[in-house]
Design a protein around this ligand. Structure first.
Ligand code: TYC
Length: 101
């Protein structure tokens, strides 16, 4: 074999996987006023009054509601900011995140 001969090599993997998206979830509680939940949803998630009301009332009736999906960093930042808006008024309002399947 000449030293310029090449052996077949394993192909380099070039596929880039999409980052997994994370859900922001609104959790119901008995104390935060409905109108305040709607205000937070509009402010942090750029929802219309109608969209925010639907998400709030779904969480109120079912216990939780998915607000939106984002990359991990953005989901966590928005969930923290929205939770802190409630905390600043003394409400137990809670937004959590979880990875999408
Ligand atoms: N359950 C609250 C009430 O009756 C309203 C509310 C809705 C609070 C959704 C939190 O995620 C929530 N005042």
């Amino acid at each position: 074999m000449r030293d310029t001969d090449t052996k077949p090599r394993a192909k380099i993997k070039v596929k880039t996987e999409r980052p997994r998206l994370h859900k922001v979830i609104l959790v119901n509680d008995d104390y935060t006023p409905r109108e305040f939940v709607v205000t937070v949803l509009k402010a942090e998630f750029r929802m219309t009054e109608d969209q925010a009301y639907q998400v709030m009332i779904t969480a109120h009736k079912r216990g939780v509601c998915v607000v939106a999906v984002f990359t991990k960093d953005i989901a966590e930042t928005k969930a923290t900011r929205a939770t802190d808006m409630g905390r600043s008024k003394g409400y137990p309002l809670l937004f959590t995140t979880e990875p999408e399947e």
